[in-house]
Design a protein around this ligand. Structure first.
Ligand code: UDX
Length: 435
C-alpha cells in the first residue's frame, strides 16, 4: 500500500522505516531539508539501535523515500501524522502548531476515502477538531497513538503491546478500521491486541499511560526520599513490593528521575488540558509527580556539593552519562544534563562523557567540558557521578577505574552499581535512597 508519514523525527522516521519493512511503499515528509538528506542517504538522524540498518535496507530496496515536498505524499491511501507536540514556550500545555501545520499542508492533496492517521501525542479533544477541518475533503481521521520507547523503537513499532484505533464513530468506521488492519496485517498476525475506541479514549490512553509510568517512577523516588532519612534501602524495597504481581517490578528504579521528550512534557500537558476542561483536580497529583521528579536532580547535585563540604568551586567532577536514558543520544529534559549544568553553575569543572549524547548535549550546554572516553573524563576528577546507566558504566571495574583517576568517591545516581563491590575496592559509594 502507498503510505505517507508526515514528520520524520524519532516517531516518524522509525514509523516510516518500520512500515516500509512490512512491504508498504512509504514516503516520509519533513520540512527539515538537512534531515531529509540524511534519511535519503539511509542514515538515521539520531541514535536508535537497529534503525540505521533497517533504514538503509528499505531505502536501497526502493520501498522508502523521503521528501521535503508534501506533494510527494499525494496518492497515498493513508497519511500518518507523526510530528512533535513539544511543551509550549509559555506554560505547560502542548504546542500543536506542527500538528495543525501538517493537517493544513495535507488538505489540498486529500481525496475522498483517504485515511489520515494521527500518531502524535495530543491533548484530548484535538482529534475531534482536526476531523472537522478535513471533513470537506471527504477524507477520514483515525487516531492511533504510539507507545514506542527510545532505544526499543523498532521493536515497539513492529511488536507493540497493543494497537489503539480511535475513530469518529465506532459503529460506522468499519472501512477505516479495515484499512488500518491491512496496513498492520503482519503486526496483527502476531496476536497483538487491538482496541477500537472513540477519539477521546484513544487520546487519553496515550497520556494516561505516560502519566501512570511517571507516577510509578515518582512513587519509588518518593520512597527513596523516605529511605534516605531512615537508613532503609529503596532498591530492596522495590524488589520486595515488585514481587506483588499487582505492583510489578518494572519502572520501579529509583534514581535521578525521569526525563526525555515524552514523560515530562506529557504529564504537564495533561494537567494543563485537565485544567482547561475544569477537572484539573483529577490530575492535581501530577504536579506532585513532577515536583518529586525534579527534586531528584537537586538531590544528586546536593550529594556532590556536600562531598566538597558544601562548596564545589574549583573542584573537578567526572559526569558519566548525558542522555536521558541509555541507548539514546537524546538529552531533551535529561536529568543527567541538568545535574551537569547545576554542578557547573555551582562552580565545579564538569568533565562529561556520554557514549552517544556528547554532541546533542554540546549544542545546548556548550560551557561543559566534553571528554571522548571514560578515561579522559576521570583523569583529573575528584569525584565521579554515574548519571545515565549505559552498560559500559554499569560494567566499570572499581579497581581498574582507580588506576585511571585520583577520585575515590562515586555518586551512583542510577543505583546501577553494586555498593558492596565498590566499597570493598576502597571507594566511597553514594547511591540514591540506599544507605
Ligand atoms: C516513554 C514511554 O515509556 C513510552 O511508552 C512513550 O511512548 C514515550 O515515553 P521513553 O521516553 O523512550 O518512553 O523512555 P522510558 O524508557 O519510558 O524512560 C523514561 C524516563 O524514565 C527515562 O529518563 C528513564 O531513565 C526513567 N526511568 C525509567 C526511571 O527513572 N526509572 C525507571 O524505573 C524507569
Amino acid at each position: 500500500m502507498k503510505l505517507s508519514v508526515i514528520g520524520c523525527g524519532y516517531l516518524g522516521a522509525v514509523h516510516a522505516t518500520a512500515m516500509a519493512s512490512l512491504g508498504h511503499e512509504v514516503v516520509g515528509v519533513d520540512v527539515d531539508a538537512a534531515r531529509i538528506e540524511m534519511l535519503r542517504a539511509g542514515r538515521a538522524p539520531f541514535f536508535e539501535p537497529g534503525l540505521d540498518q533497517l533504514l538503509s535496507e528499505t531505502v536501497q530496496g526502493g520501498a522508502l523515500t523521503f521528501s521535503s515536498e508534501i506533494s510527494e505524499a499525494a496518492g497515498a491511501a493513508a497519511h500518518f501524522i507523526a510530528v512533535g507536540t513539544p511543551q509550549r514556550a509559555e506554560g505547560d500545555g502542548a504546542d500543536l502548531s506542527y500538528v495543525d501545520g501538517a493537517i493544513e499542508s495535507l488538505i489540498p492533496i486529500l481525496r475522498p476515502g483517504d485515511l489520515v492517521i494521527g500518531k502524535s501525542t495530543v491533548p484530548v479533544g484535538t482529534a475531534n477538531r482536526l476531523a472537522e477541518s478535513i471533513r470537506p475533503t471527504g477524507a477520514h481521521l483515525l487516531w492511533n497513538p504510539e507507545f514506542l520507547r527510545e532505544g526499543f523503537a523498532i521493536k515497539d513499532t513492529l511488536e507493540p503491546d497493543r494497537l489503539v484505533y480511535g475513530v469518529a464513530n465506532v459503529g460506522s468506521a468499519a472501512d477505516d478500521v479495515a484499512l488500518l488492519d491491512q496496513i498492520y496485517r503482519s503486526v496483527l498476525a502476531k496476536g497483538t491486541p487491538r482496541i477500537v475506541t472513540d477519539y477521546a479514549t484513544a487520546e487519553l490512553v496515550k497520556v494516561s499511560a505516560n502519566a501512570f509510568l511517571a507516577t510509578k517512577i515518582s512513587f519509588i523516588n518518593a520512597m527513596a526520599e523516605i529511605a534516605e532519612v531512615t537508613g532503609a534501602d529503596v532498591t530492596q524495597l522495590a524488589d520486595a513490593i515488585g514481587f506483588d504481581a499487582r505492583i510489578g517490578r518494572r519502572f520501579l528504579n529509583a534514581g535521578i528521575g525521569f526525563g526525555g521528550g515524552c514523560l515530562p512534557k506529557d504529564i504537564r500537558a495533561f494537567s494543563a488540558r485537565a485544567e482547561e476542561l475544569g477537572v484539573g483536580q483529577a490530575v492535581q497529583f501530577l504536579h506532585e509527580v513532577d515536583a518529586i521528579n525534579l527534586r531528584r536532580r537537586h538531590r544528586v547535585a546536593g550529594l556532590v556539593i556536600d562531598a566538597f563540604d558544601g562548596d564545589a568551586r574549583g573542584h573537578h567532577v567526572a559526569l558519566l552519562g548525558l542522555a536521558f536514558k541509555p541507548d539514546s543520544d537524546d538529552t531533551r529534559d535529561s536529568p543527567a544534563l541538568d545535574v551537569a549544568r547545576r554542578l557547573h553553575e555551582a562552580g565545579a569543572t564538569v568533565h562529561a562523557f556520554d557514549p552517544a549524547a556528547n554532541e546533542t548535549a554540546r549544542r545546548v550546554a556548550p560551557d561543559l567540558r566534553f571528554a571522548n572516553s571514560v578515561d579522559e573524563a576521570v583523569q583529573r576528577a575528584e569525584l565521579i557521578v554515574i548519571a545515565t546507566e549505559w552498560k559500559q558504566f554499569r560494567d566499570l571495574s572499581p579497581s581498574e577505574l582507580a588506576t585511571q583517576t585520583p577520585a575515590r568517591t562515586i555518586v551512583d545516581a542510577r543505583n546501577c552499581l553494586d555498593p558492596a563491590t565498590w566499597r570493598a575496592a576502597g571507594w566511597t559509594y553514594h547511591g540514591m535512597g540506599r544507605p
